[in-house]
Design a protein around this ligand. Sequence first.
Ligand code: NAD
Ligand code: KPL
Length: 298
Amino acid sequence: MHCDNWFVLGAGSMGCLWAASLASIGITPRLIVRAGGDQQRVALRLTVAGQTQQFSVEAVCARLINAPVDRLIVCTKARDTLAALHSIEPFLSDNCHILLLQNGMGSQEMVAKMFSNHTVWAASSTDGAYLMAPFHVCHAGLGETWIGPLTGTVTDGFDELLDNFRLTVRYHADIEQKLWEKLAVNCCINGLTALFDCRNGELLDGDVKQSWLDKLVDETALVLQGMGLPATSLHDRVYGVCQITADNISSTCQDARLGRATELPFINGFLIDKAAALTIPVPHHRTLMAQLEAAGIH
Ligand code: NAD
Ligand code: KPL
């Protein structure tokens, strides 16, 4: 009998988190790493609240994959996703289910279009993880992950993730709505924290940052309404996230500090494109992106 072969694409923070979490329930996936190394067994370490567990997994680069890929969890950054998927395309089985974990929007739509022969799922996650060393991940923020198919109406394919998994994963029939909900919050907070090089809570300064935040919320709400999505609670949700994650340095601010490309093209960039298509003006989002660009944050 053929058992499904699980693979995780990308050995960064989320890739190691998901690979270790799968290994912890006995589904040991292969971890697809960038080209370069040979196939090797690695000691994958997961630290949570000071406790570390270790799992032995196979790390393999695309050209050395030697089994059909039946279940694939894609943990690259949004901008790398298509290229990474193309590099393993010949190995995807006919019945492959692909789960995309990228933040922001736009990359999922491209994958769903280009990989329409497969069942493409998307995820929206509030987990927080970072690499302490190669193949050693710290699960720093225990959040939840919504998953759902991007096309079609399938409900099964990732059942193993929904019960007794170490991450909290829930099914949502309209995952696009979940992606929009997170995108709406991220496109108010992330770019602004990068521009002002501040923590999330510092946006509520009762001054310049907060008034800019309010304008971004108003414009984002208009786009949500234009898309036929609920927008009334956006102000409260954005303020709530700023308060609950007050000490956080947003993912975008972290990327900017490290001089890395951000995921803003898939966050504010996506919103601006949607607004243009709906002829909804979003001048504060445009100014934010222009100022970030001028500051060398892309
Ligand atoms: P990361 O940069 O730590 O990891 C991405 C990994 O993908 C890197 O190791 C990179 O080398 C690898 N990669 C890129 N192209 C590849 C290719 N062609 N073949 C093999 N590997 C390739 O990023 P991350 O923090 O794990 O984030 C991944 C996605 O998950 C992002 O979209 C991010 O926004 C989202 N996310 C992250 C967190 C978090 O806490 N880290 C939480 C929620 C969502
Ligand atoms: O998702 C986030 C991010 O940093 O990308 C928020 C919610 C802003 C938390 O930092």
